[in-house]
Design a protein around this ligand. Structure first.
Ligand code: F6P
Length: 548
C-alpha cells in the first residue's frame, strides 16, 4: 500500500502551529530555563548509550505537542508500518524501501509482494563474512601469491559516501589493510590513488547498483588497464570483485559470478552501506565489527518502531527540524561532530538528506507550496569553530545545528578529550545564552577600555544568542553506536519525507545534468554544436581551443 497524499499545510494542526509560532518566535530560550528548573531533563531523551538533549531549542512543551499532533494527523504510524513491512512506498519507482531488512535479526521474515527476502540477505551476509575473512587472513591472495595490502572501493554517491564515511569513522577498529576510495571521474583522482598501489597486492571492489554509472565505469576501466600492464587477463578474477544488481553488465566487464555480490532494487544507493556495498567496511574492520554496525542500526530501528513519539529520537529530531524549516524558515542545518573520526559525516548526510528530501513536487504530483529538505553542511569541531562559527554566532541567518560528541575518547588521551568536550559544551551554551551588551560593557570596563573604545567597539562584541542546537552525546564511538547514529538520521529523513508529503526514495533530479553531459561529451570531440545557450557554447569553444 502507498503512503497517503495529505498536504501538511491543510491539516488543522498546521494552522495551530502557525499561531503558536507567532506567539513564541521571539521568546528567549534562556527564559524558559529560568522559569522551569526541569527543562533540561524534560527535554532530554536517554536511550541506550545516547543522551540527547534538545532543550536548547526554540520550543516549549506546547510546540512539541503540536508537532506530535501533526505527525499523528498525517498518519506517521501507518507510514512507519508500511516502511518496515516492504510496502512499495517508493511509488515513483515502484519499489519497497527495505534497507532496514539488511540489518534485521536472523529470525526475521520480511516479504516483498509475498516473497520472503531474508534467505537472500543471509546468503549475501555469509558471502561478505567469508570473503572479508579470506582477505584479512591472507587465505585469498593476489596473482603472484602475495597477500593483499590494499583495497580500493570504486563507486560514487551511495556506492562511495557511506562506506568511505564509515571506514574513516571506524579507523580505530581497522586492521592492517589500507583502504582507498576512487569516486570522481576526474582522472587526477584515480591517478593519485594508483600512485600508492602495487597491482600484485591490491584488491578492487567495483560498487555500482546499476553498473551504468559513467564515473564508476570509467574509473574501473582505467584501473583495469593499469592492472593489465602488470598482469594477465586471468588475474582479473583474483583482484576484481563487484557489488551490483546488474549481473549481466558485471559479467560483461569480466568479473565472474563467484566474485559478484548481489544488491537489490529495494535498497536505495544512499541507504546501502548495510548491504554488500559495505564490503570495504567489512574488509577493513572485520566482519564482526561490521555485524556490530548492523546490530546498532537494528536497535535504532526497533527504538524508532516502538517508542512513543515524545521519546522517539528520529521523530523528535525530525519534528524540531520541521519547526525551523517550515515556521522559522531556516534554510540550512549544520552537523558538527566533535570527533575527527566523523570528518565525512556531514558529507555523507548531504546525499542521504538532500537527495532524499530535496523535492519540490508532492506525492500527488503537484508543486509543493511550502519548504522541504534542508541544506545540510558541516565539519568537525573544533576545526569548524575556527572557520565558520563566526557566522553561526553573529551572522544574520538562523542555523539550527546538531552537535554530536562522545563521552569517552578512543585513545584515552584525557587532556585532549577534556579540552575537546569543553569546547563541545561551551559552543551550545554560547549559542543559546549569547552575550548581551550589559555583559560586554562590564568586561570592557574591567579590561580598562576607554569610553571612546566602548562607544566604538561594543556593538561588535555583542552576541544576540537564542541560537538553537541539539546535543547528541554518545558514550563512545563504536561500530554499534555508529550504526545507531546513522540509522537515527535515516529515520529522521523518512519522517520528514512523510510529513512533507514527498517521495524521499527517488532521485530524478540528478538525471538532467547527466543527460546534458552525455551530449556535451560528444560535442567536445566533434565541433558540430547542438543547440546550447551562448554561455555554454562559448565555454565549450574555450575548452576545445585549448585542448583539441
Ligand atoms: O546520480 C545519483 C546516483 O544515482 C545515486 O543515487 C547513487 O548513489 C549513485 O548515483 C551511484 O549509482 P550506482 O550505484 O548505480 O553507480
Amino acid at each position: 500500500m502507498a503512503l497517503n497524499k495529505k498536504d501538511p499545510t491543510s491539516t488543522n494542526v498546521w494552522q495551530k502551529l502557525q499561531t503558536h509560532f507567532e506567539e513564541i518566535k521571539d521568546h528567549q530560550m534562556i527564559d524558559w530555563f529560568n522559569s522551569n528548573p526541569n527543562r533540561a531533563k524534560d527535554f532530554t531523551i536517554q536511550w541506550e548509550e545516547f543522551y540527547v538533549d534538545v532543550s536548547k531549542n526554540r520550543v516549549n512543551a506546547e510546540t512539541l505537542k503540536l508537532l506530535i499532533d501533526l505527525a499523528e494527523e498525517l498518519d506517521l504510524k501507518d507510514a512507519i508500518k508500511k516502511y518496515f513491512s516492504g510496502d512499495l512506498i517508493n511509488e515513483t519507482e515502484g519499489r519497497a524501501v527495505l534497507h532496514t531488512a539488511l540489518r534485521a535479526s536472523e529470525d526475521a521474515e520480511i516479504e516483498i509482494e509475498g516473497n520472503n527476502i531474508f534467505p537472500e540477505i543471509t546468503e549475501v551476509r555469509n558471502k561478505i563474512k567469508d570473503f572479508s575473512r579470506s582477505i584479512i587472513d591472507g587465505e585469498r591472495v593476489g596473482f603472484s601469491g602475495k597477500r593483499f595490502t590494499d583495497v580500493v572501493n570504486i563507486g560514487i554517491g551511495g556506492s562511495d559516501l557511506g562506506p568511505a564515511m564509515v571506514v574513516e569513522a571506524l579507523s580505530y577498529y581497522k586492521n592492517h589493510l589500507n583502504t582507498h576510495f576512487v569516486s570522481n571521474v576526474d582522472g587526477d583522482h584515480v591517478n593519485e590513488v594508483l600512485k600508492q598501489l602495487d597491482p600484485e597486492t591490491t584488491l578492487f571492489i567495483i560498487v555500482s547498483k546499476t553498473f551504468t554509472t559513467q564515473e564508476t565505469l570509467t574509473n574501473a576501466n582505467t584501473i583495469r588497464s593499469w592492472f593489465l600492464k602488470s598482469a594477465d587477463e586471468d588475474a582479473i578474477g583474483k583482484h576484481f570483485v563487484a557489488v551490483s544488481t546488474n549481473l549481466e553488465k558485471v559479467k560483461a566487464f569480466g568479473i565472474e559470478a563467484e566474485n559478484i555480490f548481489p544488491m537489490w532494487s529495494w535498497v536505495g544507493g544512499r541507504f546501502s552501506l548495510w548491504s554488500a556495498v559495505g564490503l570495504s567496511i567489512a574488509v577493513s574492520i572485520g566482519y564482526q565489527n561490521f555485524e556490530s554496525l548492523l546490530k546498532g542500526a537494528r536497535k535504532m530501528d526497533n527504538h524508532f518502531r516502538v517508542s512513543s513519539y515524545e521519546n522517539n529520537l528520529p521523530v523528535v529530531l525530525a519534528l524540531i527540524s520541521i519547526w525551523y524549516n517550515n515556521f522559522f524558515k531556516a534554510e540550512t542545518e549544520a552537523i558538527i561532530p566533535y570527533s575527527q573520526y566523523l570528518n565525512q559525516f556531514a558529507t555523507y548526510l548531504q546525499q542521504a538528506v538532500m537527495e532524499s528530501n530535496g523535492k519540490g513536487v508532492d506525492r500527488s504530483g503537484k508543486p509543493v507550496t511550502y519548504q522541504t529538505g534542508a541544506i545540510i553542511w558541516g565539519e568537525p569541531g573544533t576545526n569548524s569553530q575556527h572557520a565558520f562559527f563566526q557566522l553561526i554566532h553573529q551572522g544574520t541567518k538562523l542555523i539550527p545545528a546538531d552537535f554530536i560528541g562522545f563521552v569517552k575518547p578512543l585513545h584515552g588521551n584525557i587532556d585532549h578529550h577534556d579540552k575537546l568536550t569543553s569546547n563541545f559544551l561551551a559552543q551550545t551554551e554560547a549559542l543559546m545564552t549569547g552575550k548581551p551588551d550589559s555583559v560586554v560593557l562590564k568586561e570592557m570596563i574591567e579590561s580598562r577600555s576607554t569610553d571612546i573604545d566602548i562607544g566604538r567597539i561594543l556593538p561588535f562584541k555583542v552576541f544576540e544568542g537564542n541560537r538553537p542546537t541539539n546535543t547528541i552525546f554518545i558514550e563512545k564511538l563504536t561500530p554499534e553506536s555508529l550504526g545507531k547514529l546513522i540509522a537515527l538520521y535515516e529515520h529522521k529523513i523518512f519522517v520528514q519525507g512523510v510529513i512533507w508529503n514527498i517521495f524521499s526514495y527517488d532521485q530524478f533530479g540528478v538525471e538532467l545534468g547527466k543527460q546534458l553531459a552525455g551530449k556535451i561529451l560528444k560535442e567536445l570531440e566533434n565541433p558540430e554544436f547542438e543547440i546550447h545557450d551562448a554561455s555554454t557554447k562559448n565555454l565549450i569553444n574555450h575548452y576545445r581551443k585549448l585542448t583539441k
